[in-house]
Ligand binder design. Structure first.
Ligand SMILES: NC(=O)c1ccc[n+]([C@@H]2O[C@H](COP(=O)([O-])OP(=O)(O)OC[C@H]3O[C@@H](n4cnc5c(N)ncnc54)[C@H](OP(=O)(O)O)[C@@H]3O)[C@@H](O)[C@H]2O)c1
Length: 280
């Protein structure tokens, strides 16, 4: 199973990656051993060719089922994630998703030698806390690119490189704020709303390509993304209960919701609200 992950270096995306690795490690040792014993290079499609420099060290015994491609802006974070993923084959792509025009050349090169992508988790995101009247075009464009346009571009390139027989399931991480709004985050909520509209209305066309897509829309989650909220309110974790009675959600709990949505056999084109009790 080949996963393509964005945002895996931190917060919710990192928690999802750790869950994935835990599940893979829980694969019975007997099946891993059987794989090792039976494997010839031709029988081990998940393992990348040793000479491929984009693939992190894959020493040790890995069950045959997991291979990864991870995207990050930072080479050092990418390296850290690839190290965490060992012994599973893990390709890295150093890419800033505020620049969708870079996706096609770089991803095309990677896909040429990678197994087909089975699962995509588009978790990359940033917030911007700014009054509407202070928002600059360039900032809005970066937000729109990261939250929405890069996802569309990434899917276009993936679809061009897969056969229609191959099923790919996608979960994008939106935000409950796309629906509820929040003060001084219009740029963020507008871009997430665009993402959700794409998911709801693009899903039937994507399904014709055998691509399933759903969005997860959490309320406040305890990740580095909330550092500004904590800065302006030292009691943020307590005060958030006034609007989110279940309190700050843990990234691990949200990762479980994500994993379930990713494997859903019942829906495509939906938004799964993970609201922590918040009214919306
Ligand atoms: N935390 C919350 O309260 C909350 C609530 C609702 C929705 N969300 C959504 O959940 C998702 C994950 O957020 P998080 O809370 O886990 O935040 P986080 O800990 O700050 O992680 C953000 C991730 O996005 C990646 N990223 C940011 N800008 C990028 C860019 N220009 N290009 C490529 N990757 C980029 C970062 O990767 P690198 O630094 O490695 O590039 C990082 O892995 C986001 O889409 C966010 O909008 C969060």
């Amino acid at each position: 199973m080949h996963y393509l992950l964005t945002g895996a270096s931190s917060g919710i995306g990192r928690a999802f990656l750790e869950l994935l690795l835990k599940q893979a490690a829980a694969t019975p040792a007997s099946s891993a051993a059987a794989y090792t014993a039976a494997s010839t290079p031709a029988e081990a499609p998940a393992a990348a060719p040793a000479e491929d420099p984009a693939v992190a060290p894959s020493a040790g015994v890995a069950p045959p089922n997991l291979s990864l491609t991870v995207l990050s802006r930072s080479a050092s974070k990418l390296h850290e994630v690839q190290t965490l993923c060992a012994p599973y084959p893990c390709r890295g792509l150093c890419l800033d998703l505020t620049q969708p025009e870079l996706i096609e050349p770089q991803l095309t090169e990677l896909l040429a030698t990678a197994p087909p992508v089975d699962r995509v988790v588009y978790c990359a995101g940033m917030t911007r806390i700014e009054a509407v009247t202070k928002l600059r075009y360039a900032q809005n464009l970066a937000m729109m690119n990261l939250s929405y346009l890069s996802l569309v571009e990434l899917l276009r390139v993936l679809i061009a490189h897969k056969s229609v027989e191959h099923q790919t399931k996608v979960v994008v991480v939106s935000a409950l704020a796309a629906t509820t709004g929040a003060e001084h985050t219009v740029s963020y909520s507008t871009a997430k709303q665009a993402l959700e509209t794409f998911v709801r209305h693009g899903a039937p066309e994507l399904l014709a390509e055998n691509v399933w897509i759903n969005a997860l829309a959490p309320s406040y989650v305890d990740t580095p993304m909330l550092k500004f909220n904590r800065l302006i309110d030292r009691n943020f974790a307590t005060n958030v209960r006034k609007i989110q009675p279940l309190g700050l959600l843990s990234p691990q709990a949200v990762a479980h919701e994500l994993a379930a949505l990713l494997e859903s056999t019942c829906c495509t084109g939906t938004i799964r609200y993970v609201n922590g009790g918040m009214r919306y």
